[in-house]
Write a protein that binds this ligand. Structure first.
Ligand SMILES: C[S@@+](CC[C@H](N)C(=O)[O-])C[C@H]1O[C@@H](n2cnc3c(N)ncnc32)[C@H](O)[C@@H]1O
Length: 409
């Protein structure tokens, strides 16, 4: 059987995780965290906070919850297969599907392998007058074998003072004491020693608008959350895998904590962003090379992002997108900040006419049009606008983009 996705540590894979995981050997990773689309029936659309990357990704599941679960199950089965016997699995979800997913995980891992349902509480988000506001996510924690890593002491949090009296010992250290009523044994808790968190986490906020780590990815998770999970459930040099890694929070934190990482995401835009975040070479992302047929099938925004990046341009902010510009090329031999028009089909005469209007409106003398083919009519129109109106429209085909790097220069 042909192996397309060779198992390699410290690697980002761009592809459907089911295809990627099927190519991995049994029991090869120590820790898995996943944060799959939540079955929330929402389409996320954002402008990246660098202002240029127009992003969208769907987590709409038209066939209902059963369709979603049928989609998740084989992926969790593969994750269970590739997890080492000593390994740990975390599944991040919310009320939309958590109860159904728990049943699937119990089935695959075994009920006895369930360790925790972690309730991650946050404060931001909407209020409701019709019900109690929904302010938490759920993270299921499973293990695979009889032994596993749990470094509780690596993730201690400050010990909150209880109603018991705070005393001070001879060295000036504060403590509280509790007496076991049955045995009479006295337990002493030093306030500066901290405690292992319980299964509800209230001390980690979601990423707000001001957060420095915010990249603008719609469902980006805070690094602190991943830090707690990775520190508690792995050791240095262990292999940490995230099969829905989005903008790469798990991968970034694993790398910072001297773990090996594997990140998988189906979105090329997410993979590119993640590679930038961790200073990973884009050309080393496994699965990012496309054939013409694959490019035709890409969601339009992914196709557009791929083309524009390949030309060395920037995806438009919404403002300019509204003017009919998909992107701009900041510097080229024809001038600066020139518009790019991207079509996921052939460029024909009417496309050139429309683009000429865009050039007029934006007061630019030149611009780029990109499509799978440039029809004869379009070429004639390009020649005419050059002669009559002195506009320079540069046609580029996808074949040219695939074949050379020349255009980038
Ligand atoms: C909720 S987001 C993950 C966000 C991530 N935890 C972070 O901090 O950035 C879910 C991700 O799953 C990806 N995804 C959806 N279906 C996928 C599939 N079949 N294979 C791999 N990734 C997939 C989406 O592209 C999206 O980036």
């Amino acid at each position: 059987m042909e192996v397309k996705y060779q198992f390699k540590i410290d690697t980002i894979y761009c592809g459907d995780n089911l295809d990627v995981l099927k190519d991995f050997p049994d029991e090869c990773v120590d820790l898995i965290y996943i944060d799959p689309p939540f079955f929330s029936n929402r389409t996320y659309e954002v402008i990246w906070n660098d202002g240029y990357e127009l992003r969208a990704f769907e987590d709409r599941w038209e066939g209902g919850i059963q369709h979603y679960l049928g989609w998740m199950r084989p992926r969790i089965e593969q994750l269970h297969r590739i997890l080492k016997k000593t390994g740990t699995f975390y599944l991040h979800c919310d009320y939309h599907a958590s109860h159904y997913l728990k049943i699937i995980c119990d089935d695959i891992f075994g009920q006895k392998k369930f360790q925790n349902e972690i309730i991650w509480c946050y404060t931001i988000g909407g209020k409701s007058k019709k019900r109690f506001a929904r302010k938490h996510d759920i993270i299921f924690f499973y293990t695979k074998g009889k032994k596993w890593t749990f470094n509780g002491d690596a993730v201690v949090i400050p010990r909150p003072k209880t109603h018991m009296k705070v005393r001070t010992d001879a060295d000036g250290r504060e403590y509280q004491e509790k007496t076991d009523k049955k045995t009479g044994k006295v337990y002493r808790y030093y306030m500066d020693k901290g405690k292992i968190p319980e299964d509800y986490w209230t001390d980690i906020e979601t990423i707000n608008r001001e957060a420095r780590e915010r990249l603008g990815y719609p469902t980006q998770k805070p690094e602190k959350l991943l830090e707690r999970i990775i520190k508690a459930s792995s050791n240095e040099d262990d292999i940490v895998l995230d099969a829905f890694c989005g903008c790469g929070t798990t991968v970034k934190v694993a790398k910072d904590l001297n773990r090996k990482f594997i990140g998988i995401d189906v979105s090329p835009t997410a993979c590119r962003l993640m590679s930038k975040r961790i200073h990973y070479k884009k050309d080393d992302i496994v699965g990012m090379k496309y054939s013409i047929e694959e490019l035709k099938e890409l969601p339009h925004f992914e196709f557009q992002n791929w083309v524009i990046e390949r030309i060395g341009g920037k995806v438009s902010q919404k403002k300019t997108a509204d003017m009919g510009i998909d992107g701009i090329v900041p510097i080229s031999e024809y001038g600066s900040n020139l518009p790019i028009e991207v079509k996921q089909h052939s460029i024909s005469r009417p496309d050139i006419d429309k683009f000429e209007t865009v050039l007029r409106r934006t007061k630019k003398k030149a611009g780029f049009v990109v499509g799978f083919k440039i029809t004869k009519g379009a070429m004639e129109e390009i020649a005419r606008t050059k002669n009559d109106d002195k506009f320079i429209i540069i046609p580029i085909t996808i074949e040219e983009l695939l074949a050379k790097n020349k255009i980038k220069k």
